[in-house]
Design a protein around this ligand. Sequence first.
Ligand SMILES: Nc1ncnc2c1ncn2[C@@H]1O[C@H](COP(=O)(O)OP(=O)(O)O)[C@@H](O)[C@H]1O
Ligand SMILES: N[C@@H](CCOP(=O)(O)O)C(=O)O
Length: 321
Amino acid sequence: MAVYTEVADEDLAAFVARYGIGRLLSYKGIAEGVENSNFLVHTEAGHFILTLYEKRVNPADLPFFIGLMQHLAEKGINCPQPLEAEDGSMLGTLAGRPAAMVTFLDGMWVRRPRLEHCAALGQALAELHLAGRDFGMTRKNALDVSGWRPLYAGCEAEADTVVPGLSTELAQELTFLEANWPKGLPGGVIHADLFPDNVFFLGTELSGLIDFYFACTDALAYDVVICINAWCFEADGAFNVTKARALLNAYRKVRPFTEAEFAALPVLARGAALRFLLTRLYDWLRVPPGALVTPKDPTEYLKKLRFHRSATSARDYGLDG
Ligand SMILES: Nc1ncnc2c1ncn2[C@@H]1O[C@H](COP(=O)(O)OP(=O)(O)O)[C@@H](O)[C@H]1O
Ligand SMILES: N[C@@H](CCOP(=O)(O)O)C(=O)O
């Protein structure tokens, strides 16, 4: 579920009235999602998404997220466009939470991505990176290599209850990555969470990218390997090199990789796997009894991490140079 905050009908109607989109006709909470409360809002002007930002979103980051979506939408990226209220603001307060309204995007996310979906995603990711080049704001990645040790510290004592030996394996991986993390790669705005549930398709045509609430400024190639991890492994844990090749080739047609990015792919992929393994493990160990949110499986990312540890070059991801 992802409706953490309930909204009174009359408060929502008053909030919607600020946007000049006609009267509120109906609304409903959206079950999907993890971080924030989302509502599908129907007014005389059509459908919109209302998001109430929950505790894990730092309100100081909201101008970056809102500004980024606006910038990317203006550049032609199919992403939610924040609505401007009659007083010119794009952020308001509803039910005691920071809140924004954005445009509704048609499409559905793909449960089992095929080759053509991976290729479309690679192209869209490169287009997003190019469109972000002249975005004027920056945001440090709170979950970059410097953020992993504190996360690990919060899981260290209990990690072995999930997989025996996991605590030591994570400690060794972290030490390796801290010592070998690539520096100076081409950087810019990255989405940082472009999993299949954040990408909409109409058939095989990509119709929208959503959920920019982990977006930040970091190495562009790091965003690419986050996608490799999320899109190119099969349900049984096997790496599908054909999908990776399709994703990477479609990406590099729009934004070619540098030599340094090429060489860094295996270590970046290890880092991306560790990042999601740690956040999933952290959440897994903290699910309150009776919680309505289903935590995501950390061991899925342990298997991916182990795969990347055996990779030696970009060839292992389907690229020849
Ligand atoms: N702009 C949008 N257009 C259409 N549906 C959206 C849009 N934004 C969010 N949604 C719906 O809300 C769900 C949760 O949104 P998401 O941003 O992923 O939430 P969270 O940040 O809580 O994970 C999505 O899976 C989708 O169904
Ligand atoms: N994609 C992350 C969790 C974040 O969820 P989202 O609904 O905000 O995309 C993971 O799979 O661990």
